[in-house]
Design a protein around this ligand. Structure first.
Ligand code: UD1
Length: 417
């Protein structure tokens, strides 16, 4: 478990890691390239290890050199066993990549954090439009493209990040042109397009709601630097905010942070952004974050909703948060209430009456960002916070304890039994 002794005012400088949500589709994309892929700024996370295990199972050789991951292309099979698929939700993006590379793929329904139903119907129906035949039985997905993948017009009923990525991966080496309308616009989509284009792909419009893909014969390898993790950036910012800290975060893409700025501004933090640096200076007591609704990019990200909740919990007044993307993303709020927060959940709405202080308590992390919320709260709380279920947090945060300790936190790990 993770043990935090609070409160401590965080101060100092930190460099943000590469984005988990970009790394995973990039590793799936490496399946398609007939050549070596070198990913720089690749975070060392358990989810990345799971993706590496999938690649190794498929026959690829993955080598880590510092923060770079090198993937050598020697495909042996196009099947992913259930234990590897269950490890994380984003394993589903291997579907598009495998069908593109081998013309077939056998895999299982994916696992991942329990934050809602997380169906894959949009992935399946949109890949079918490109000529991919998909049979589902007993949790198994048997996919093939007997006549090859053909470019097509696909209109997504919701701008799903994973479905947009899967379509891009399936279409990049197809015959003809694919147009994805109502595509997800998240920066991770642009990062994937940048990588595919470096490998010889022709993907246009990524980051906009209409993405056009002109199919090419094949992709070669390339070197690519993974974009900075915007949610981890927000995590350090929120930790600085709740502790009345003064923190400088380096290696940030400031344009990605804009959709998350409102709670920091509303709560009275002073934010300075220059180049790839962001500096947050927090007041002694936060104002409420007022009103936040999660939306697809460029709206406020659902992954940052738990991250800013401890700020709302400690605000001088009432805040309202509305979760519009996942149905079950407030489980951690109950744990924050064990620490003295006053959060009431009514369906997708959280009504938060700010309290003067939080107190350390034994709490449980049930998912990645909910767990990060508990870490943030623990840094501000009086006394000892013991967080179990820490394996969820390590899915997305590299060197969590060391990084917060560098900013002055008293944080350590211990056996939970
Ligand atoms: C990705 C991110 C995740 C982030 C989410 C929303 C990765 C690895 N994960 O997840 O961190 O929280 O985007 O920004 O990049 N939906 C369906 N059917 C589908 C697909 C999605 O109903 O076939 C629904 C989901 O249940 C959810 C919503 O659409 O309610 C958003 O899902 P989606 O954008 O696909 O998220 P992920 O790609 O799973």
């Amino acid at each position: 478990m993770i043990i935090i002794d609070g409160p401590v005012k965080l101060g100092g400088e930190i460099k943000v890691q590469g984005a988990k949500n970009s790394t995973l589709p990039l590793l799936a994309a490496a399946v398609i390239c007939k050549g070596e892929t070198v990913l720089h700024n690749c975070p060392a996370l358990s989810d990345v290890e799971t993706a590496v295990r999938i690649l190794e199972h498929l026959g690829y050789q993955c080598t880590r050199e510092g923060s770079s991951l090198i993937v050598n292309n020697e495909m042996k099979c196009c099947e992913i066993p259930p234990d590897l698929m269950k490890g994380m939700r984003s394993s589903i993006v291997f579907l598009g990549a495998l069908v593109s590379r081998c013309g077939e793929a056998n895999l299982h329904f994916p696992g991942g954090c329990e934050i809602g139903l997380r169906p894959i119907d949009i992935h399946i129906s949109s890949l079918k439009k490109l000529g991919v035949e998909i049979e589902e039985s007993g949790g198994c997905l048997r996919c093939s493209a007997p006549n090859g993948i053909r470019g097509s017009y696909v209109s997504l009923p919701f701008p799903s990040v994973g479905a947009t990525e899967n379509l891009m991966l399936a279409a990049v080496c197809s015959k003809g042109t694919t147009v994805i309308s109502n595509a997800a616009r998240e920066p991770e989509i642009s990062d994937l397009a940048l990588y595919l284009n470096r490998c010889g792909g022709r993907v246009y419009g990524a980051g906009e709601s209409c993405v056009i893909i002109d199919g090419v014969e094949e992709l070669h390898g390339c070197e690519h630097t993974i974009m900075p993790d915007r949610i981890v950036t927000a995590t350090y910012m929120a930790a600085a905010a709740v502790t009345g800290g003064d923190v400088v975060i380096r290696g940030v893409d400031n344009s990605h942070i804009l959709p998350m700025m409102s709670p920091f501004e509303e709560s009275g933090c002073c934010i300075r952004q220059y180049g790839d640096v962001i500096n947050i200076l927090a007041p002694e007591r936060l104002n409420p974050v007022k009103h936040i609704r999660t939306m697809p990019y460029p709206g406020f990200p659902t992954d940052a909703q738990p991250i800013v909740m401890p700020m709302a919990a400690l605000g001088k007044g009432t805040s309202i948060l509305v979760e519009n993307i996942f149905e079950n993303r407030y489980k951690y709020a109950e744990e924050l209430n064990h620490m003295g927060a006053n959060i009431r959940i009514e369906g997708k709405v959280a009504i938060v009456e700010g309290v003067e202080k939080l107190v350390g308590a034994p709490v449980t992390s049930w998912d990645l960002r909910g767990g990060a919320a508990l870490v943030i709260a623990g840094l501000a709380a009086e006394g000892e916070t013991r967080i179990s279920g820490e394996e969820y947090i390590y899915r997305g945060y590299e060197d969590l304890e060391q990084n917060f300790a560098m900013l002055g936190a008293k944080i350590r790990t211990a056996e939970g039994k």
